[in-house]
Write a protein that binds this ligand. Structure first.
Ligand SMILES: NC(=O)c1ccc[n+]([C@@H]2O[C@H](COP(=O)([O-])OP(=O)(O)OC[C@H]3O[C@@H](n4cnc5c(N)ncnc54)[C@H](OP(=O)(O)O)[C@@H]3O)[C@@H](O)[C@H]2O)c1
Length: 285
């Protein structure tokens, strides 16, 4: 079984590449297969003829995307339309990553996969479009919506930690609530899904969307306090709470809480509280 991973140099993609190292993987870098070159992407796939495509490639700079709208849409949406048509025509399964930013975060409940979507940002809209293209193509797919991913070298956890270490004065929003998701959880779940797709022929005809994040939730400000406490910094707290609106127009959902019952039931797994995963990570940074 051949698996192509796009975005294998990114936070999520590199973890999946590691977890699936015993599989027959093809992991082209952006310099080899750029999502801005549709012909190249398709000719690469025609050459490899994969059974499964994992797409962890994306334009992920949420703020910059408000300016580079066209670029964001090309990388996150347009190519996904072509990819999903290719998958439909060639009976290839597409496992695609999406985001909590497809929800508007106005409700106070945990978001369910089947609720109405209403992104607030160019990035969120581009990811919603990618989902729509995949669904409309009628290919076999799994879409994994996740939130607040960390585990790479440069993410919001390392940023907060570095600011604290440098004694910088900074502000953290206290009205955005969600669950920090370690890349390892995404890698573990992806591997389980790939095993199901590989082992049971009937499961190859799959068309499903799942939310994935740890249990529990916290505000970004309380998360900064949590990091401070866990790292036992012996210094004065130099960061302060702020409302998202005080940073200008808020393009991020305030409520990023995700209901993950669907993936738990589908894979028959437990997912731990965010703090258990984060404690491990904080020992490493
Ligand atoms: N990070 C989060 O907090 C978060 C939250 C929710 C959902 N997600 C979703 O999870 C997925 C993975 O995110 P991530 O955090 O791993 O992102 P990331 O670390 O920014 O990695 C993005 C990947 O996409 C590749 N890429 C970017 N532009 C490309 C292009 N034009 N052609 C080909 N490849 C290109 C990058 O290649 P280079 O290494 O060459 O740049 C990199 O491998 C994305 O779908 C994202 O929307 C992320």
């Amino acid at each position: 079984m051949k698996i192509v991973i796009f975005g294998s140099t990114g936070q999520v993609g590199s973890e999946i590449k590691k977890k699936l190292k015993n599989y027959n993987l093809f992991c082209p870098k952006r310099s080899e297969v750029n999502f801005l070159n549709i012909k190249k992407v398709i000719s690469y796939l025609q050459c490899i003829q994969p059974d499964i495509i994992i797409n962890a490639a994306a334009y992920t700079d949420v703020s910059k995307a408000q300016i580079e709208k066209k670029l964001c849409k090309s990388i996150n949406s347009i190519i996904i339309k072509k990819l999903s048509i290719y998958c439909k025509q060639n009976k290839v399964i597409l496992l695609h990553f999406s985001t909590d930013y497809v929800y508007d975060g106005k409700s106070k409940y945990k978001h369910k996969e089947n609720e109405k979507l209403n992104p607030k940002s160019t990035y969120g809209l581009s990811k919603l479009l990618s989902e729509k293209y995949i669904i409309n193509s009628d290919c076999f797919y799994i879409i994994l919506r996740t939130s607040w991913v960390y585990g790479g070298e440069n993410n919001f956890i390392t940023k907060i930690n570095n600011q604290i270490k440098k004694n910088k004065v900074f502000y953290v929003v206290n009205d955005q609530i969600g669950s920090p998701t370690p890349k390892e959880l995404l890698g573990m779940i992806t591997k389980k899904l790939i095993n199901i797709l590989r082992n049971k022929h009937k499961n190859r005809k799959i068309q499903k969307i799942f939310n994935i994040c740890p249990d529990g939730y916290i505000s970004r400000y309380d998360l900064a306090k949590y990091i401070f406490k866990q790292k036992r910094y012996q210094k004065k707290i130099n960061f302060f709470p702020i409302k998202s609106s005080q940073f200008g127009k808020n393009i991020r959902p305030l409520n990023s809480k995700l209901n993950t019952n669907k993936i738990k039931n589908f894979l028959n797994i437990d997912i731990k509280d965010w703090s258990i995963y984060l404690n491990k990570y904080l020992k490493k940074i």
